[in-house]
Design a protein around this ligand. Structure first.
Ligand code: V47
Ligand code: SF4
Length: 375
């Protein structure tokens, strides 16, 4: 069936390569983005998704906490960050971070805390280690996924330590894995426009390499829909694929849809259209053949489209979240979080099978009173 469909497609030769397990080149990826044959591309991405993850759609019961919005970088795409003197700027104490975590633990027994923030100029190294050790002391079973590669470099500068020593110290304090943020688009041209103060993409990759060497798994992302070209998107994907060949430490690839409101890129005001959204998931699945999961962060994509993305290459629907500030300050109209019941309903509606996972993709089962166990 799929053979007949791809035969008629203008990108049939590229899709055939993907189905035969051959690697796609940058040129192949650009042709896929240029093609209008999105449903055929999606069908092939769905086939590959099924080969890797079957009919399963993973979800995680988690709680996001953004500990500070004060950031010295002030990327032009970011509506979340503030300067220290801004009246609504905030930085939580470790006690406040703990309180945030406590708020929902009794209700949903989350298995993951996802913690990221800005690059705060004065918080000391001990703030980060104490945050981790306090949370780990209180919630020993919960996996702490915290600090993007950009924060890790900032924390290492604050600490006066190498990246490796910083990662080791954070791991000893309770860090479980790194989220995928800060990658944006690796192209120096794009970074010069959207995040000129942010460290180069090569540094992001180096932090991930060091983390993987220490046995710390990580996610990977791409922020799309601003000034990047198709070629720059595909090159970003190939760069992730190359590092994954080397380390095997990436768990998932997460396309992040740019929200322009309240940002200094608001004048672009051309949000990626829905076809482009689907292409990102499908082409991401096809290009990056060695990262096992493609995650849809429904907060950024909207629930309905996130459901559709599950048939276009994505296999992971993240998560309960509970509180999200980064995209909501940039105009997102999605809810801040979802109940587990709603999450299950949204996944089930797609005809796929919801599977609760922990952060590193072990399956989770719950007993009669909702306590999680990893199987
Ligand atoms: O690096 C910032 C993005 C990232 C905007 O690893 C924006 O599981 C859209 O990385 N419009 C931080 N995106 C969040 C992040 C993340 C989120 C969910 C799950 C995971 C994971 C990671 O958010 C930043 C940047 O790429 N971002 N501003 C904006 N206006
Ligand atoms: Fe700071 Fe991250 Fe926002 Fe850039 S995206 S300004 S590094 S909080």
């Amino acid at each position: 069936m799929i053979d007949q469909i791809i035969e008629k497609s203008d990108v049939g030769d590229v899709l055939r390569k993907a189905l035969d397990g051959q690697r796609l080149s940058v040129e192949d990826g650009v042709r896929l983005f240029e093609s209008d044959d999105i449903h055929v591309i999606g069908a092939v991405a769905n086939e590959i998704r099924r080969r890797i993850n079957g009919n399963r759609t993973y979800y995680v019961v988690n709680r996001h906490i953004n500990y500070t919005d004060i950031c010295k970088n002030r990327c032009t795409f970011c509506a979340y960050s503030r300067d220290m003197e801004d009246p609504d700027a905030y930085a939580m104490s470790v006690g406040e971070v703990l309180e945030r975590a406590e708020e929902y633990y009794e209700q949903i027994k989350f298995t993951e805390l996802h913690i990221v923030g800005g690059l705060h100029p004065t918080l000391p190294f001990e703030y980060y280690t104490e945050m981790l050790s306090t949370l780990k002391g209180r919630f020993p079973e919960v996996h702490i996924q915290a600090f993007t590669a950009v924060e890790i470099v900032h924390i290492s500068e604050v600490a006066g330590l190498s990246v490796t020593d910083t990662l080791s110290a954070l791991k000893d304090a309770g860090l479980g894995s790194l989220p995928g943020g800060g990658a944006e688009v690796f192209s120096p041209r794009v970074r010069g426009i959207v995040c000129p103060e942010k460290m180069p993409g090569t540094k992001w990759l180096q932090v991930m390499r060091e983390a993987h060497k220490l046995g710390i798994k990580t996610n990977s992302t791409m922020l799309y829909g601003h000034v990047e070209t198709y070629k720059e998107r595909v090159e970003h994907m190939v760069t992730l694929r190359e590092l994954q060949d080397e380390t095997g430490g990436f768990m998932t690839f997460i396309p992040l849809k740019f929200h322009p409101e309240n940002t200094r890129l608001a004048h672009l005001a051309v949000k990626p259209n829905s076809i482009d959204d689907l292409k990102i998931y499908s082409i991401g699945r096809l290009m990056i053949d060695n990262i096992p999961h493609v995650k849809v962060f429904w907060i950024m994509l909207g629930i309905k489209f996130a459901q559709v993305a599950l048939s276009y290459g994505a296999d992971d629907f993240d998560g309960t979240v509970i509180e999200e500030k980064i995209t909501h300050r940039a105009g997102a109209t999605t809810p801040q979080g979802l109940t587990v019941a709603d999450l299950l309903a949204h996944i089930t509606e797609t005809g796929t099978t919801p599977v609760e996972r922990d952060t590193v993709y072990n399956e989770v089962t719950r007993n009669a009173i909702g306590m999680p166990a990893i199987s």
